[in-house]
Ligand binder design. Sequence first.
Ligand code: GAL
Length: 635
Amino acid sequence: MQLGVCYYPEHWPEERWATDAAMMRAAGISRVRIGEFAWSRIEPERGVFDWGWLDRAIETLHREGLEIILGTPTATPPKWLVDIMPDMVALDRDGAPRRFGSRRHYCFSHAGYRVEAARITRAVAEKYGRHDAVTAWQTDNEYGCHDTVQSFSAAARDAFREWLASRYGDIGALNTAWGNVFWSMEYRSFGEIDLPNLTVTEANPAHWLAFRRFSSDQVVSFNRAQVDILREASPGRDILHNAMGFYTGYDHFDLAQDLDCLGWDSYPLGFLETFRFSEHDKHRYARTGHPDIAAFHHDLYRGCAKDGRWCVLEQQPGPVNWARHNPAPLPGMVNLWTAEAAAHGAELVSYFRWRQAPFAQEQMHAGLLRPDGEPAPALSEISGMLGSLPSPDKTGPREKHAVILFDYAAEWMTQIQPQGEGLSALWAAFSCYEALRTLGLNVDFARSGAELESYALVVIPCLPIVSDAAASSLNAFAGQIVVGPRTGSRDTDFRIPDSLAPGPLHDLLGLTVTKSESLRPGLTHEGDGWEIARWLDHVEGSAEAELVAKDGTVACWKHGRARTCATWPEGKIIKQIIGLAAKDAELPVHPMPEGLRRVSFGKGSYWFNYGPEANIAKAREISPARWVYEPDSKE
Ligand code: GAL
């Protein structure tokens, strides 16, 4: 693993660059990401390029032996470009333009912007693509950040119509697939179909699902256009993109097929504050991050990545500026987050950012340096830390434990039709992940239909569409299976299958779901240390009741090697079910005290202490460090 940093030479006086580069190298940093927001400095007027400053910045970093990850600057189209083609901006769901003055103000479907994005990509790639220091590229920056994947513009509408025509071929086929006879929504041609926003009440869920798929495909094809140029003009360099946390706006498996290595941006404290964690967890882990936030994404994106190559392109180094509250990490946490990335197989951890900016939107966002150029606390924590990670001879194949099957379309479908407030396939996946991690197990992710042979346990948190490929790989799988609600409940066009849920998994699970209900808070069925809450499937079939609430309501059905969770898979009930399945799978379970996590790595294990209290560390004698690596013999 290497350490890296995100650097903006255009923000600082040129006289300072050599000092920065020397300090980076002294800290053990070997890769520097630059350029991803620098379009207005590279091309201040259309066709007028100023390469001088970037030449000198690259030379300064190169002289210090630093490798460069160069960004294509397409996330920040400059003002002159928006003035030339004002309709290149995206429109939000209410039809309002997303105006110039921050970033990501473009529509993925705008043909003119695609030409401009290709033009600037080619210009940068031809200028630096064969430079010795440039060893990798980052395309754009965080596709979808600030809710920018969906655009409700005329360009998006026209492209959506073409996409529908090529998917369905015939308008009658689309009408049938979507059930447009309902409410007289039938179309006579593809040219009549609008985007699904601004309807009186909800649009047809099949219409929304098609739009979500289309929007995802637009991101993938926008990215691919850059990748094609970079491969041609900059041979032999890795191409990366930086994905986000808890973000499902496009299909990351699809995007990653065009990349060499999938990056992601890890902000454990910002995510804890921003996303749906309990007040208890937000408070308890305010300065350490919930123990599964970073790991969940490490494992998810390793699963999405082609050939499993992944990295952290932005790592939180101190307080961020964008969450509701922005505390500083406890001493040692930036070091721990870095080690946890190593434990999950990262190639690179790159901190965002080198020096805190004294101007503009992110003034309150920490860097490795303070705004005055002096070191901030994280710099000393990461300096030279690579030497403390287990050496390569201790690594090797990781234990294969469990795999979670996750499809992006599953999350789109639960967003489109949640049926109960907040019921989401993504968060079901997080809860299942947490349950596996609290048993001390390693976890992989795969999309449905993947090869499962090397696993002992497959967990399917919520998978409305079960493809034939997915059904046959599950039927062929000999290990333990846990299946959550809504699985197999829809066809590819959001229609209930004639056989009802779980569709093609009927024989495997030994049941049919005859009725589903969602449950308001407090409407629960109590079990022995767990409860049925938020969702309940009523079933018939030959599966046997395994976990039954005190009032006789069944939470878990068992049929051979498969368990079906009849309630929403979260909290104590899913821990219980996954615990039973892990036992039957004979997995090496290590129940974790609150805040402690284990990752088996090579011939040993990493142990991480996310608990704020020292006594948790003592449980594994980790004090005073926040993590240790123990060879197997000591366990
Ligand atoms: C990321 C983004 C960076 C920076 C950072 C702040 O989402 O890629 O450019 O804004 O957040 O935390």
